[in-house]
Design a protein around this ligand. Structure first.
Ligand SMILES: [Zn+2]
Length: 577
């Protein structure tokens, strides 16, 4: 509870007054590249291009758990990486940590044919009494001068204890978030040796723990400088596999339980959300490209909510500015960072350390993070990043239904892609079916009859790489000929996903605009007791409401659409958690 209050307070403080000024990149070359204001031929890319299959093999063998371990051990030595800690010392505090990260980026420059451009993104803001702050970045120039949009992968480097401005406590911040920082460094090392059509930016932020401030600075910087950010992959708490006693829901089932084969993607929105579309794109790249080649298969869970209950991350400032962004987080984490009475987990305490020395030889031999698990998550990120960096531009299409059974796709672009992918889903956050069709001006696919289908489209190039998918359209398909005639005026749909992960999305499909005074979704328990009223603005098309139920409350519940005091339709939902 205390933490929830704190988070709310911090976000409101951040939003209300503490403005960020003088946001700038310390390297004019790096800035020009991010703005797309450069000549790709000025950079030597000889021997660096690879096709899709070569890239996947390269990612598989190139990303190394020993490198990740080495970075994490080093990051744990600075005692604290609090945003406002010492910047002068050579071995303690955020300054030393940041200079080390910059020197790591610098060490990758020769392997990139001198193309990689390390820099800082600097901004002024009063954070715990310190005015000037720096994210550490490295920019890998793209090879296609026509594609100005960039791909960003990031993790926050700062750490904290319970006190927001406690700069003296030991905060090694290993799980949160040396793991995400190491992932970014390793991606930079491996990917900077190859070349991609779009520019890729690798970033370690600061100020995350005081309100996502470093990420906000970059998001604002990109807007101020007309930098077109195509996709943001945020990694935060990404290497731990051990469940604590108090992890924030939705999370792991019980203390000390282990899961090293699942990772969660958090993203904003439901129907027609560019953020969920990016999450699905990432999962698709893993399932189709990397999965067939791995020894240890990973399960990727696309979560309904934007983050765990009461928590936030660096993907959020980008979302607020309309930029596609997602967060990767371990399935199991050690704590909810609440720090309340009796809190014994590691997150946001001095106990978020490397591990323990089990045989008393003064060397840690049992680690709290799993470097192989982190390596698998790094490869999942890498696959998404290289596909997003090399893929074609998203198509412009019109979608329509014919006879209640056939989905018609009309391409508006001047050029027709070699192939298109058509993604369909019904009751889950995941796509149910993906069609690959030969590119034509007009395409036509038969859809399995179902109550509701949600469709989107991507272009595919001759190397078999998809673009990001378009926005979604919702359709009612017909089960029988009799049903073909008319779409119902109003349908309260099954909540999705179901069973679900603590939060669920309730949708209302409305045919025509209606006038009303007040509309809301009423959640009731089985005895009819009202649990929650969620106001809804009804407009033609698919209307969605996110309902956060909380964790550990089992049972059957009802949800009803109430318009001007009248219950129009009701449905049942089951909470299994
Ligand atoms: Zn974190």
């Amino acid at each position: 509870m205390k933490y929830l209050f704190l988070v709310t307070l911090l976000f409101s403080v951040t939003l209300s007054g503490l403005s960020q000024t003088n946001i700038k990149c310390t390297s004019t070359d790096a800035e020009s590249v991010m703005k797309g204001d450069f000549k790709p031929s000025d950079f030597d890319t000889s021997g660096t291009a690879m096709n899709k299959q070569e890239l996947i093999d390269y990612i598989q063998s190139g990303i190394n758990s020993d490198s990740l371990k080495e970075y994490i051990i080093k990051l744990s030595t600075f005692k604290t990486r609090h945003t406002s800690s010492d910047t002068v010392s050579t071995d303690t505090g955020i300054g030393a940590a940041r200079r080390w990260a910059h020197s790591k980026f610098q060490s990758f420059v020769p392997g990139s044919n001198n193309r990689l451009l390390p820099a800082y993104l600097q901004f002024n803001q009063d954070i715990c009494g310190v005015m000037q702050h720096r994210n550490t970045i490295a920019v890998l120039p793209g090879t296609d001068g026509n594609l100005k949009d960039i791909i960003l992968v990031e993790g926050h480097m700062d750490s904290r204890c319970d006190g927001r401005c406690d700069i003296d406590c030991q905060a090694e911040g290993v799980e949160d978030n040396a793991t995400g920082s190491a992932l970014v460094l390793e991606l930079c090392r491996v990917l900077s040796q190859k070349s991609f059509k779009r520019t890729i930016v690798f970033m370690l932020t600061i100020g995350e723990e005081q309100g996502l401030l470093g990420a906000n600075a970059f998001a604002q910087y990109s807007i101020d400088n007309d930098i077109d950010v195509r996709a943001v992959f945020n990694n935060d708490v990404i290497g731990g596999i051990i469940c604590g006693a108090s992890s924030s829901p939705p999370s792991c089932p019980g203390e000390n339980m282990i899961d090293s084969t699942q990772v969660r993607i958090f993203s904003f929105g439901g129907f027609n959300s560019q953020w969920k579309q990016l999450a699905r794109f990432s999962k698709l790249q893993y399932s189709e490209e990397l999965f067939p080649k791995v020894k240890v298969p990973m399960m990727i869970s696309i979560m309904s909510a934007e983050d765990r209950t009461g928590r936030g991350g660096d993907h959020i400032p980008f979302r607020r500015k309309g930029i596609s962004s997602i967060r990767f987080t371990s399935s199991h984490e050690h704590g909810d960072a609440s720090n309340g009475p009796g809190y014994k987990d590691r997150q946001h305490t001095s106990d978020d350390i490397l591990g323990v020395d089990t045989d008393n030889d003064k060397v840690i031999d049992s680690f709290f993070v799993d470097f192989n698990y982190l390596a698998r998550n790094t490869r999942i990120n890498a696959t998404s990043i290289v596909m997003a960096a090399n893929g074609p531009v998203s198509p412009s299409v019109d979608l329509d239904m014919r006879w209640g059974r056939n989905l018609l796709i009309e391409v508006n672009d001047a050029e027709i892609a070699p192939r298109y992918r058509i993604a369909l889903r019904s009751n889950t956050n995941d796509w149910d079916t993906l069609y690959t069709v030969l590119g034509k001006r007009n395409m036509d696919i038969w859809i399995k009859p179902d109550v509701n289908q949600i469709a989107s489209v991507a272009a595919m190039d001759k190397d078999g790489i998809e673009s990001l998918f378009t926005g979604e359209r919702s359709f009612q398909t017909a089960g029988t000929k009799e049903q073909v005639s008319e779409k119902k005026d109003l349908v309260l749909m099954a909540n999705k996903p179901n069973p679900f992960d603590e939060a669920t999305i309730i949708s209302i499909d409305l045919k025509n605009a209606i006038s009303y005074e007040e509309a809301y979704i009423a959640i009731q328990d089985i005895s009819g007791k009202l649990i929650k009223k969620i106001p809804v603005k009804l407009k033609p098309g698919l209307n969605e409401v996110l309902y956060e139920h909380g964790y550990g409350v089992k049972g059957v519940y009802m949800y009803s659409l109430i318009v001007d005091g009248k219950a129009l339709q009701s449905e049942r939902m089951i909470f299994a958690n």
